[in-house]
Structures are given as structure tokens and as C-alpha cells.
Write a protein that binds this ligand. Structure first.
Ligand code: URA
Length: 217
């Protein structure tokens, strides 16, 4: 059981007052930006769900597609292509023709948070959307959590105790029959530039996921 109600993604959601007003300010400053909740992107029948943190100011918040337009998306989209999960190695905009196969990308929080830091109440408020996305996954599926906030959001959506499944890079959690949660450090600019997360480490995560899915790159 989830602590949040199951909810279908609402592109006009304004449930979190702080985030809604930050989006309003951002939209006024950058009228060309999406500046609204960012919908999940990818194959609706996917057996691999990748969960990020939240839209970045000049990335997903600008383009309207998760991990698109900012540094965090570079390694992610390159890796998806390398593993045969997409038709292009880069994600530029919602009209670039990029398609994901057997893979979908979403965020724990759908709106841009100030300083990239959603508050716990906001993560909880948004958790119903994630719960719905997890419910859509077929029986045999893999979820990759990018960072601890995404990891915790997945556990919360499943109503699981956070202490029972500790976050750690490359930790593999068989959280449900047929459902495996695989943790990765977030592919942020900070983590990749400091080499806390190297491309080899990131690819190893996708190798684990693809092995569970029986998917060949
Ligand atoms: N862009 C996203 O959509 N999510 C993240 O977690 C980081 C950047």
C-alpha cells in the first residue's frame, strides 16, 4: 500500500504551493521554457523504468522532457542508445524524433524545485504519480533509481520500509515478485565530473538491468 493516493499525471498540477509559485516565477523569467510539471517519457509498455530526482532548471524544466537539455542527460541518453534502448544517443527536445524502446524515464518529483532540492512533503505529494507509473509496469520489470531520493520515492510508492532496503550504488533489491530495484548514483554533472560515477560504473548498472530483463544490447 502506498502512503499517497494513486493519481494519473496531471500536466497542470499545482498541488505543491512552493513548487507552483517557483514555476510561475521561472515561466515569467523564461517565457520560452516549458515551466510546468514534466511528464514521464518513453515506451508505455516498458519493462525498464528509470527514476530521476526532479527536472533541472535549464534541462527538463526548459524542454519538457526528463533529462533533456542539461548535463545530467548526456551520459544517460548515450547509455540508453548503447544498450539498444533508444534510436539516438542524444536527447535535444520533444520534437527531435527520439524514441525509447522498452524503457521509460520519469522523476520522483515532476516540478522544478528551488536549488534542485524538493522538500519531503513535496516528494510525498508527488508520490501518487510515481505509484501509478510503477503500477503500469508489467510483472517482470526493473526499476533503476538514480540517487537516494529516487530510491526512497520508489520504496515509498510501494509502501515499503526505507530501512529494509538501503540505498547503495549497484545495490539490487528484489522488492516484489518479478520486480527488481537497482540503485545507481545519480548521473549529475557533479557526480560524473568528480568521477563518483564513471561511465563504466553507469554501464554496469544497465548491464545488471538488461540481464534481469533478458535484453541484449
Ligand atoms: N533532469 C531530470 O529530469 N531529472 C533529474 O534527476 C536531473 C535532471
Amino acid at each position: 500500500m502506498s502512503t499517497a493516493a494513486t493519481t494519473v499525471f496531471n500536466p497542470d498540477c499545482r498541488s505543491c504551493p512552493r513548487l507552483a509559485s517557483f514555476l510561475d516565477q521561472t515561466g515569467e523569467k523564461h517565457p520560452e521554457y516549458h515551466a510546468r510539471p514534466v511528464a514521464p517519457f518513453g515506451d508505455p509498455a516498458a519493462r525498464l523504468l528509470i527514476v530521476g530526482l526532479a527536472p533541472g532548471m535549464h534541462g527538463a524544466n526548459a524542454t519538457g522532457r526528463p533529462f533533456t537539455g542539461d548535463y545530467a542527460g548526456i551520459l544517460l541518453y548515450e547509455t540508453l542508445y548503447e544498450f539498444g534502448l533508444s534510436n539516438k544517443p542524444v536527447s535535444i527536445s520533444t520534437s527531435d524524433g527520439l524514441e525509447l524502446t522498452n524503457c521509460r524515464i520519469t522523476n520522483a518529483v515532476k516540478c522544478l524545485p528551488p536549488q534542485n532540492k524538493p522538500q519531503l512533503e513535496e516528494i510525498k505529494e508527488c508520490n501518487g504519480y510515481l505509484r501509478t507509473e510503477l503500477d503500469l509496469l508489467p510483472e517482470q520489470s526493473v526499476i533503476i533509481a538514480l540517487g537516494k531520493i529516487a530510491h526512497d520515492a520508489v520504496l515509498r510508492a510501494y509502501g515499503l520500509r526505507l530501512s529494509a532496503w538501503p540505498f547503495g550504488h549497484a545495490n539490487i533489491h528484489p522488492i516484489r515478485a518479478g520486480k527488481v530495484l537497482v540503485d545507481s548514483y545519480h548521473c549529475s554533472r557533479y557526480n560524473t565530473q568528480t568521477r563518483r560515477l564513471t561511465p563504466a560504473m553507469f554501464k554496469a548498472i544497465f548491464r545488471i538491468a538488461c540481464e534481469h530483463l533478458g535484453h541484449r544490447a
